[in-house]
Structures are given as C-alpha cells and as structure tokens.
Design a protein around this ligand. Structure first.
Ligand code: 5RP
Length: 217
C-alpha cells in the first residue's frame, strides 16, 4: 500500500466536489496538505476558512484565499468542508485530532452543508480504538483531570484558542456513550469523536480506487 498515493487519490476526488463560488472549509493534516494544491489547480473563485495556522499558510502559499473564521462578522456557513481523519469506521464514526486541531475542525465541519472526510486505506478500522484526542480548558485543569479516567496530557503546544491538548486512552467500544460523557464533562472543550451524522461522506482510497462511504446508508 502506497499511503501517500492513496492520500492524493482521496484528495483528488474531494477536489472535484468543489464548485466555483463555494465557501470551503479546509481541515488540517498531511491529507489536507495533498488536497490544497489540487484544489488550487482548479482555478475556482472560492472563499476559504482554515482550521489551523499550518493549513492557512499552506493554502495561501498555493494561492487560495483564506479569510478569518473568528467573531460575528465571519462566514456563518460553508458549502463544503474537507478534512482528514485518524480513524474511520464503516458505521461512520470518525476519530480526529491527531494534529490537535479537532475543536476548530469540528466547528468548521458543523458550519458546512457537506462535510467530506478523505483518508488512505490504513485509516479504516473495524472498531474505533484509543486514543481519542481531547481539548481541555486550562482553567480548573487539575480538577478536570481528576474527574476524567484514563486521560494523559499530550506533549504539544496549547491550541490556537489557548487550551490544553490531551488524549483519552480508555474504552471506546461505545462511541456514542463516550462522546456524550465527554461532551457533558465541565472543562472538556471538545473531543475528537465525530458522529456519523456529522459527516456527509468518507472517501477512502484503496490502491487505485476510491471508495465512498455515506454514513447511515
Ligand atoms: C488534525 C486531524 C487530521 O485530520 C488527522 O490527524 C489526520 O491527519 P493526516 O491526514 O496527516 O493523517 O484530525 O487534528
């Protein structure tokens, strides 16, 4: 399996989904890095928002216009968002945040009419497994950590929103229950579990083919 080739194939398929005049959310990671030049090559008139400084800089370097997604005057909806993932299950559950951008990625995905996940075949899993990335508020961090089981702080810089990156290493057998429990925990800003209903389609490259998984179908 040539992972880089598969990333590019999935990225090519996603680039073809973008239409002139669209507002597009740009995810984070190496698969998105493959997507950005392919999108730029299409020469479309676009408005883009980025989920990380890395993506913003790469997008601009390829000539894509990136505008802020901060505050009340920013775009309030996107036509399409494209992002990578750390794990995808066939039932549509996705784990993201290996690059610590999952909070912004989840907001951009939620703003998009269509959220497309692009992955190489090594990301497809039978069942989700730990770790699940977390973003924690620095305020009250010691208390949050005491209330969370099986969580370790990641040796990573704070998120762009000033929060602490951590990982949950416990049981992931019931992602819906885990997602609800983490979301209900004060101090957890966001977690990296993306439910099936948040994703419109998952493009998985296998060798020279791209499989399209539509969660819920
Ligand atoms: C960043 C992410 C990435 O999309 C995820 O880690 C996949 O990255 P890559 O495309 O490099 O494998 O969620 O927070």
């Amino acid at each position: 399996m040539d992972v880089e080739r598969e990333k590019r194939l999935a990225a090519e398929a996603a680039a073809l989904l973008v239409e002139d005049g669209m507002a597009v959310g740009l995810g984070t990671g190496s698969t998105v890095s493959a997507f950005l030049p392919l999108l730029a090559e299409r020469g479309l008139r676009l408005r883009c928002v980025a989920t990380s400084l890395r993506t913003e800089e790469e997008a601009r370097a390829h000539g894509l216009p990136v505008e802020p997604f901060m505050g009340v005057t920013a775009l309030d909806r996107l036509d399409l968002a494209v992002d990578g993932a750390d794990q995808v299950a066939r039932d549509g559950w996705v784990v993201k945040g290996g690059g610590a951008a999952h909070t912004r990625e989840k907001l951009v995905a939620a703003a998009a009419d269509r959220f497309v996940v692009i992955v190489s075949s090594d990301k497809l899993v039978e069942r989700l497994r730990p770790p699940v990335p977390l973003e924690l508020l620095a305020y009250g961090l010691a208390s949050t950590l005491r209330r969370l089981d099986a969580v370790s702080l990641r040796d990573a810089p704070p998120s762009p929103d000033g929060n602490v990156i951590a990982d949950y290493h416990g049981d992931v057998a019931d992602p819906a229950a885990l997602s609800a429990a983490l979301s209900a925990m004060p101090g957890v800003v966001e977690h990296g579990l993306f439910p099936p209903w948040s994703t419109s389609e998952i493009l998985v490259a296998h060798g020279e083919d791209v499989e399209r998984i539509v969660p819920g179908e």
